[in-house]
Ligand binder design. Sequence first.
Ligand SMILES: Nc1ncnc2c1ncn2[C@@H]1O[C@H](COP(=O)(O)OP(=O)(O)OP(=O)(O)O)[C@@H](O)[C@H]1O
Ligand SMILES: Nc1ccn([C@@H]2O[C@H](COP(=O)(O)O)[C@@H](O)[C@H]2O)c(=O)n1
Length: 465
Amino acid sequence: MAFVPRLGDFILRFLEKMRPSQVPISCLQSTDMHTPDLGQDRRFVLELPDSGLAHFALCCDKTDRGALAPSDPRLETFLLAPGRSYSVFVPVAPGSGYGARIRAARQHQHLIKQLSQVPFQQCQLRRLLSYSPGSPPGSTEKGFVLWDPRDCLETERALQGLLVACEAPRPHLGVFEADLSGQLWQRQWELLGGAGDGGLKPVGKARVVPTKEPQLHPAVPDLPLSVVFPSLEEVRKVFKECTSLIPEAQEVLNLVDKCPKNVQKGKFPVIAIEGLDATGKTTVTHSIAKTMNAVFLKSPPPCISQWRKIFDNEPAIIRRAYYSLGNYIIASEIAKASTQAPVIVDRYWHSTAAYAIATEISGLPHYLPPAHHPIYQWPKDLLKPDIILLLTTTPKERELRIQERGLEKTKEEEELEVNKLFREKVEMSYKRMENPGCHLVDAGPERGEVIQNVLDVIKKYCTSL
Ligand SMILES: Nc1ncnc2c1ncn2[C@@H]1O[C@H](COP(=O)(O)OP(=O)(O)OP(=O)(O)O)[C@@H](O)[C@H]1O
Ligand SMILES: Nc1ccn([C@@H]2O[C@H](COP(=O)(O)O)[C@@H](O)[C@H]2O)c(=O)n1
């Protein structure tokens, strides 16, 4: 409660400093907040420190009370923990296309990057997703809760400065607090006007009420529009929107457009090798390519690898589109090569989809889309391999191999190392892929044995050999 006058005072000071003559007095005096009409029924999913998910709505009179769940003490425990919790959202207008979603994704990533630096290094960020039940896919909005354990003015000031400096889409800010009865509320602030107006305006407060957990993680319906694109046409649309922001996107598109479309494989077998990093894919693919006299290919292909770092640093929607396009380029190379010899591919579509699903679905592995969900299907317009092998090994063995190898790691590889749950989600997603699904191979034994096991599986299932 002490926060309210403090935030009000601060905003007064802040706005006065920014534009003394243009401070909208009405904004600064509204300490008698009302419960806003939040219009559409928006719900929120918060990833808790133990990777559980807490679901809530912001309650106004029109909230569907039938959907409310009994109280969830985890929400109070987390959002009212000593210190201060802020929520930040990047809005996306309903029905927006890829352009608006890309801008929102970049804004979200920019905020996350800034909030991992000074003076926020004492703070913690938790993923928060907002969605409207029953709305068409594409309506989820990404945000986060920033928890400042020290509740210090410096954090508050820096956060407001960061948000006020944001171009469109302008983020939404909320601050959590309890009333005297212990009820959890969110106080909401609007960023004012254009860059010249710089400031925040209190717009009201809403009760935080737990809601029932939906059957599917709310990010699932959006996956085909955000990271697991079902066709080349969809990925192209995403990348086309990127060309004005990232010139290299046009270079990638030029290469894709040179490739023949809807290609078919030749008479020789096509084998894809998949697995988490350091499970031995490169070792296996090189060795069996030699044994089988096969052509070795790798996704993403060398012709676009020079831009990989650029796209790896972009938000998921752009990063995944890059890898998807890489798969379509590789497909045309597979088509050509498989008319002459067997083809071995180091990573392909399953890598793109499994990592994407695991990254987008917050919380524990059981929140992943269930087995046989359409998201695990192979894209209809992408050349299918004859067989896909998934190399698996224990986390300990992988760690050993990573240490021994000592190469530079991608951000995702670093995450795999530290985040056991992420690793489990990638592997579980791999195992749920179907049509074609993966044949599992234990990659734990010594190299020779793994390679022999791989060759045995290929011989058993690859009838065209
Ligand atoms: N069966 C094995 N036993 C012990 N070490 C292995 C085995 N297979 C591969 N290695 C070693 O483990 C390290 C990782 O192997 P490799 O590069 O083949 O994995 P990868 O799956 O291709 O990794 P990434 O996906 O990160 O490129 C290498 O140093 C390799 O020599
Ligand atoms: N077809 C692909 C290939 C790779 N990725 C992403 O790249 C990372 C691993 O690549 P390595 O070269 O280190 O094996 C992994 O994090 C994937 O996200 C992909 O998405 N699709």
